[in-house]
Design a protein around this ligand. Structure first.
Ligand SMILES: Cc1cc2nc3c(=O)[nH]c(=O)nc-3n(C[C@H](O)[C@H](O)[C@H](O)COP(=O)(O)OP(=O)(O)OC[C@H]3O[C@@H](n4cnc5c(N)ncnc54)[C@H](O)[C@@H]3O)c2cc1C
Length: 833
């Protein structure tokens, strides 16, 4: 019995040491002590004790770092790893190494330090940035009529373009010393988000010069001369930039562009024998291309005459080419859905440019891919996520109001359970998305360039945005479908696929980038192992590999111990910081982070180099990582906002949704792993308690959805926070403003309507049109004059909200369109005059 008990103690101690990730030396010391005690008290028979000492010695020799271990185990393993690790191309390596690891690293660790997350300062705008948002940004939004831009002028009016340039919208990321606004990532995101709620065309036109393009590249890699010349011009809109990477043959595989340059000597501005490049390219889809004055160009550079060095193929190179350079062809325009931002192809054949057109000069020739990947790591975190959130916030604001204002069966449609389900998804998603947007912008303002996180927010904020706008369209019914100046959703709906496609189309981002890059960058050991296999110095390679490989083994063992314990206890004993009301969620996320770390290791171990091709497995692992990240953002948002109790339904909805999606992803992994036994063991370890009975994390329940929708359908602090940043015009004829006014009026009039409804049910008033019912109610003294007036205003506004635009039969091809909403028409006519 005592033997059994002591074996049990030995296992318990192993589990405890593994759970806390204690060093091998300590393990060895603790077991030496235990064996010493067994010997002293003669607990175990001699043969068992001797065998145990033998085992202890063997394990200690293997576990404690030493030259012996390195030569006996490390060296042969290093050879195997060098053979089995997949070949990584130069472009893949540069992509993998780009940017920084941030909170994604904590999630990969299986033991996220929540205190660290909560200690990051809450992202805030400076007074100057806020003044810009309240001033020039509002002014710009008031100037924009999306219908006019997209359906009549097919461009922004000249005065709008000028305003954008004069007020520095194109130079938000350019530091003040160069005449730019020098804004934080948060301010940049806020501007793009708000503009999106008004006009997708304006948002994209502003977003592109502030995203991955000439300004960003010059800031990081330009020569002093290039910066001093171009940055002030870009900041004031004296140059219109574009950045051309995509070619017809190379879209997602941007590293495979066929465009090329040959280093040569040529004639330039009257001088002969100038060192330069002869360029040939064909690009398409280039935003701002048709009006660009400065073309950022990516191409592969070759140096067959070795004018720059000894290499023939220098690699991808970036240059800034003025579009008036002889031989540059700027083509016509593409039309991206209903958006009318400038976009088109360009090309050139054997165009000579001097070497100082290369960004960073000859020294940066061939460094283009690295430059792009590093800039993408930050840029991808801002613009497109802001775009997705902008569309979604507009959907939340308008659908919340429309759900209350629009009635069917004598009830606001938002009160019907079916509609409520869609509306809850809208509000819950927006809370999660905005939390992630702000947290990520905050990380960039702290100096991070979180490459994996940028892929997570790019993918999930545009994908959730697609779900949100679909739901919003469904709730709006015909009102969402019929196009015209009073339709505030259709444009956003049609433009949603643009953000999904650009800067890494979403399928590819999910299946290749999030986990593909995350597994190497975010994992505590994998990159170290890979780097060790590439190390030229044999001694250093062996030392580094030994440390990384055995670190990895210890990490995996620790995760087994953690997952098992956290699974059996439901994570309830994990000490966590933060609001007590969210304690359960911190604990579950800790538990699932450990489960993720273990599953990721198993997948990497079993698939090895083929994991790269198993895109569906990679995608599902990426889903787990992504939802862990989004849930972390929700927890942080709640703390940063000062734990507002009114937001709790939104917070809970968001967290439950993330947990449910994590569980879904895990089950898809289990169901599709090609090794049923491993799948069974993993499932048993991760979900041990409920495994035989079903799932543990249900989607948000209906009563919670009901609470969430309640917050959307009435003005209040939670709704205000949720939809902050949606532009609502001061013009009372603007359709979104009308909707907001209608919401307030309808809520005020609801008790009056209730009185009249009761009177109708009692038979005191005959059932007729609303205005007749109100008049009869007044005559019978059922309602007062002021109540009658309230009702009249609500009825008028409701009518304006539910009406849609109509047009002449030929859609007014030859004349200004007509609309049943004279107010909107007048507003348009006023602008036109
Ligand atoms: C409106 C608009 C504006 C743009 N602006 C610019 C710009 O300013 N500058 C610029 O250089 N480019 C620009 N682009 C190009 C954009 O970034 C590319 O369109 C994008 O990278 C996708 O390329 P593609 O359209 O050729 O799709 P493809 O590469 O043909 O991809 C088609 C589908 O296959 C998927 N796919 C491809 N490879 C894989 C894989 N290995 N695994 C899984 N899925 C895969 C993709 O996810 C996508 O769903 C713009 C594009 C559009 C539409």
């Amino acid at each position: 019995m005592i033997v059994v008990l002591s074996v049990f103690v030995a296992f318990a101690v192993a589990w405890l040491l593994a759970y806390h990730r204690l060093p091998a030396l300590l393990w060895s010391a603790v077991y030496a002590l235990l064996l010493g005690l067994c010997a002293f008290y003669q607990v175990w028979p001699d043969p068992l004790l001797s065998a145990s000492w033998g085992l202890w010695l063997l394990v200690s020799l293997l576990a404690i770092p030493s030259p012996l271990r390195r030569y006996v185990l490390g060296a042969p393993l290093l050879k195997v790893f060098r053979r089995i690790l997949p070949a990584v191309s130069q472009t893949e390596r540069e992509a993998l190494e780009a940017g920084t690891v941030w909170w994604d690293g904590e999630l990969f660790s299986g033991r996220p330090d929540w205190k660290k997350l909560l200690a990051y300062p809450a992202p805030r705008l400076s007074a100057e940035e806020q003044a810009f948002i309240d001033g020039p940004l509002r002014e710009l939004c008031e100037m924009l009529s999306d219908w006019e831009i997209t359906h009549e002028a097919t461009d922004m009016p000249p005065q709008v373009w000028q305003f954008i340039k004069d007020r520095g919208f194109l130079g938000m990321i350019i530091p003040k010393e160069y005449g730019g606004l020098g804004f934080s990532a948060l301010a940049h995101s806020q501007v793009v988000m708000q503009l999106t709620t008004r006009s997708g065309t304006a948002a994209v036109s502003v977003m592109v010069p502030n995203s991955l393009g000439p300004a960003e590249l010059l800031l990081h890699y330009g020569t002093k001369q290039q910066k001093d010349y171009y940055l002030p011009r870009l900041a004031k809109g004296l140059e219109m930039p574009c950045f051309a990477l995509t070619s017809p043959e190379a879209g997602s595989d941007a590293g495979g562009i066929p465009d090329f340059g040959i280093v040569c000597r040529g004639e330039w501005q009257g001088k002969s024998d100038v060192l330069g490049i002869r360029l040939t390219w064909e690009k398409r889809y280039i935003t701002l291309g048709p009006i660009a004055t400065l073309l950022g160009l990516a191409f592969r550079l070759y140096d067959p005459e070795h004018l720059l060095g000894q290499q023939d193929d220098l690699g991808i190179t970036l240059a800034l080419v003025p579009t008036d350079t002889p031989g540059v062809h700027i083509g016509r325009r593409h039309r991206a859905m209903t958006a009318t931002f400038m976009n088109g192809p360009n090309w050139g054949k054997d165009v000579f440019i001097p070497m100082d057109y290369v960004i960073g000069g000859a020294a940066q020739a061939g460094e283009g891919w690295k430059m792009l990947m590093n800039c993408l790591a930050a840029g991808r975190s801002i613009s497109l996520p802001a775009n997705g959130v902008g569309i979604s916030k507009l959907s939340a604001l308008t659908t919340g109001a429309y759900g209350r204002v629009r009635q069917q069966f004598k009830l606001s449609i938002g009160r019907f359970e079916g509609v409520e389900e869609a509306m809850a998804r809208i509000a819950g998603n927006v809370y999660v998305m905005d939390a992630a947007r702000v947290m990520t912008a905050g990380a960039i303002d702290l100096g991070e360039k979180p490459s994996v996180v940028s892929a997570i927010v790019k993918y999930h904020l545009t994908e959730r945005g697609r779900q949100v706008i679909n739901d919003a369209m469904d709730v709006h019914g015909g009102k969402g479908i019929c196009m015209g100046p009073s339709n505030y959703l259709a444009s956003a709906y049609m433009q949603t696929p643009i953000a999904i496609t650009v800067e890494g189309a979403n399928i590819l981002t999910r299946t290749m980038i999030i986990f593909g890059q995350g597994a190497i960058r975010g994992h505590p050991w994998v990159l170290k192992e890979i780097e060790a296999t590439r190390e030229a110095d044999p001694g250093k390679a062996l030392r580094d590999f030994d440390r990384a490989f055995f670190g990895h083994i210890a990490f995996t063992l620790s995760n087994v111990a953690r997952v098992l314990w956290l699974g059996f206890t439901g994570g309830r004993l994990v000490p966590v910081p933060g609001a007590p009301e969210l304690r359960h969620y911190y604990q579950q996320l800790t538990r699932l982070s450990s489960a993720f770390a273990l599953t990721a290791d198993m997948a990497m171990f079993l698939c090895g180099g083929t994991l790269k091709r198993r895109e569906r497995l990679s995608a599902r692992l990426g889903d787990v990582l992504s939802q862990l990240y989004l849930a972390s953002a929700v927890l942080k948002r709640y703390e940063d906002d000062g734990r507002p109790q009114e937001d709790l339904p939104l917070v809970r909805w968001g967290l439950l949704d993330c947990l449910n999606r994590i569980e879904e992803a895990f089950y898809s992994i289990f169901e599709n792993l090609p090794w049923p036994f491993v799948s069974w063991v993993l499932r048993g370890l991760i979900f041990p308690v409920l495994m035989p009975y079903g799932r543990e994390f249900a989607p948000p329940r209906d009563p919670l959805g009901h609470e969430v929708v309640g917050l959307m359908m009435a003005p209040g602090p939670a709704r205000e926070r949720l939809t902050r940043g949606v532009f609502v015009s001061a013009d009372e004829n603007d359709p979104v403003r009308t909707l907001e006014d209608a919401l307030a009026a309808v809520i005020t009039a609801e008790p009056v309507e209730a009185k009249l409804r009761r009177a109708q049910q009692d038979g005191r008033i005959a059932r007729r049109y609303a205005d007749q019912v109100a008049a009869e109610g007044l005559r019978h003294g059922i309602i007062t004059q002021s109540e009658h007036d309230l009702l009249k205003r609500a009825t008028e506004l409701r009518r304006r909200v539910i009406m849609v635009d109509d047009f002449p039969k030929d859609f007014g091809k030859s004349e200004l369109h007509q609309t049943t909403q004279p107010v909107t028409f007048e507003a348009l006519a006023r602008r036109k005059s």
